[in-house]
Design a protein around this ligand. Structure first.
Ligand SMILES: [Zn+2]
Length: 162
């Protein structure tokens, strides 16, 4: 029995997500992350990866990337959350999704998309609704930058309101 099933997502209202079909223990391998293995040169030359942030593009090693933006890659449906319960893992040219905490049956599976913090971050709002959600899809290590910004903005707004 598969550990996941596809359902309408609670995070991405327009899209789908993956949900646990039973309780999953921390450390369990849930689904393989598959796609087309392409060379770095192909990545550089492809318009597909020109702009925006390559959600489905993974660095495998010095020579190869994995483009997971293909229909047969069910794992691409996993949404980003600021309080993710899964993470990407891999070795060699293989990637998979692993549970990083115990997951209850029926919970939506989520990962950290790992986007860096840059001037584009506002293009990718996060709707994960986690308590610690910073409002944008940015990797955990960079979220403090946004939280800092939020605080500054709130202060300014208060001043204007008074
Ligand atoms: Zn969030």
């Amino acid at each position: 029995m598969k550990l996941y099933r596809i359902r309408k997502s609670n995070i991405d209202r327009k899209g789908r997500g993956l949900y646990a079909t039973k309780d999953i223990k921390e450390g369990a391998r849930i689904i393989d992350y598959v796609g087309k293995i392409i060379t770095k040169k192909q990545t550089e030359e492809s318009e597909k990866f020109d702009n925006a942030k390559p959600i489905y593009l993974f660095n495998l090693n010095n020579r190869y990337d994995l483009d997971g933006d293909v229909l047969w890659n069910t794992a691409r449906l996993i949404n980003h959350s600021c309080s993710n319960n899964c993470d990407y893992n891999g070795t060699g040219l293989k990637l998979w999704v692993v549970a990083i905490k115990d997951i209850k049956k029926g919970e939506e599976l989520t990962c950290d998309y790992g986007f860096g913090y840059d001037e584009d971050y506002k293009q990718f709002p996060c709707k994960c609704a986690a308590k610690n959600c910073c409002g944008y899809i940015v990797r955990a290590e960079s979220r403090w930058r946004i939280n800092k910004k939020f605080k500054i903005t709130t202060k300014k707004n208060n001043r204007v309101n008074r």
